[in-house]
Every structure is written in C-alpha cells, then in structure tokens.
Design a protein around this ligand. Sequence first.
Ligand code: 5GP
Length: 200
Amino acid sequence: MLVLSSPSGAGKTTIARKILESDDNLAMSVSVTTRPPRPGESDGVDYHFIDAARFSEMAETGDLLEHAHVFDHHYGTPRGPVEAALSAGRDVLFDIDWQGTQQLVEKARKDLVSIFILPPSVDELERRLRARAQDPEDVVQSRMAKASDEMSHYAEYDYIIVNHDVEVSTAKVAGILSAERLRRERQAGLTDFVNTLRKG
Ligand code: 5GP
C-alpha cells in the first residue's frame, strides 16, 4: 500500500497518474466523495461521486477502509477493491490526506509506505492552484489557508519529496516503490528460494 499525500496543488495527482501509467502491478484506489465533480472529472475514474446519505451508509457498514472530512466534503476509501487488488498480488496507490493516512497506518503499518509531496514554495503552490482554473476563487483561498495545516503533518510520513519537477518527482516515487518491493519481508517465497539455491 503506497500512500501519496500533499497539500492541494502540490502536484500529487499528476504524479499518481504518471506512476500508474508506468507500473502494471499498481492499482489506484478510487475514493468515494460527496464533493461535486470538477469539469473534466469522470465518475468511477477520478472518484465515485456519491451523496451524503450513501456515504454515511458506507461508513456505518464498514465498507470504508478509512474516511475523513476534508474541505467541507466527505472522502473515503472503499474497502472491497483494495482487498481484491492486494489478494491478487497487486500493490495499491492511495491519494488521500493525512487523516486517512493515520487510519491506514493504524490498520496496516507493516504493509504501508507513505510519501508526502511538498511544493517548492507557497507562491508556486498558489500558482498551481490557479493554473488548474477549475475551482472558484473562494475555494482557492480556502485551500491555500489549509495547505499550512496539511503540511504540518509531513513528519508522519516515511518519505518526503519536494516537487520542483513532475518528471523528476515521479522517478523518485518509482525509486521508492522499487526499493520497498525489494524489502526482504515483502518478498514472498524467499526462504524456499534461498533453500533451493543452497541445496545446489
Ligand atoms: P480534491 O477535492 O482536491 O480531489 O481532494 C482533496 C483532498 O482530499 C486531497 O488532499 C486528497 O488527497 C484527499 N482525499 C481524496 N480522497 C480521499 C480519501 O478517500 N480519503 C481521505 N482521507 N482523503 C482523501
């Protein structure tokens, strides 16, 4: 389980998209949210867009692996697809905030690797939020105000990447993924393999 978090506008979604394109063994966890879709977002791809009643029902019946209230909307990770991907031997990428990350750490510390993406500067963060040009001005202002809160959680993450350049940052995420997959305890069947080697 690979978690990417960052303040809104730091480039996390672009990095997530690129890393998924380049890695066949990685599945994206598509969250549910009560936030309305932005222009260009599709249901079932970017999010499953649901209403508050359905969200409460999913949270109450344990269908969500974690959930949080972010920017006046509810967000959560559906449990079923994550468990199915993991059982099929695939790794799963999560684009979630610090609250969701804390909940996943409590549930699955050993199986989880977390990366926090920082913007190179506040000016750049604001520029990127405006360049997206999809959110109204009050939403941009509220996300700028919340960026500072979100960034205060950087120390809860395993890795930190300052996103100066999307291609370079994507390569860094790929490097982390590759190294973490090589960890001894994550390599299934290693004992048998080494025993076979030793027997000659
Ligand atoms: P946005 O509305 O810009 O798509 O997302 C707002 C924030 O909610 C981002 O920081 C994103 O990572 C976070 N988020 C998206 N999906 C989930 C989720 O399923 N759980 C949690 N905890 N946060 C999420």
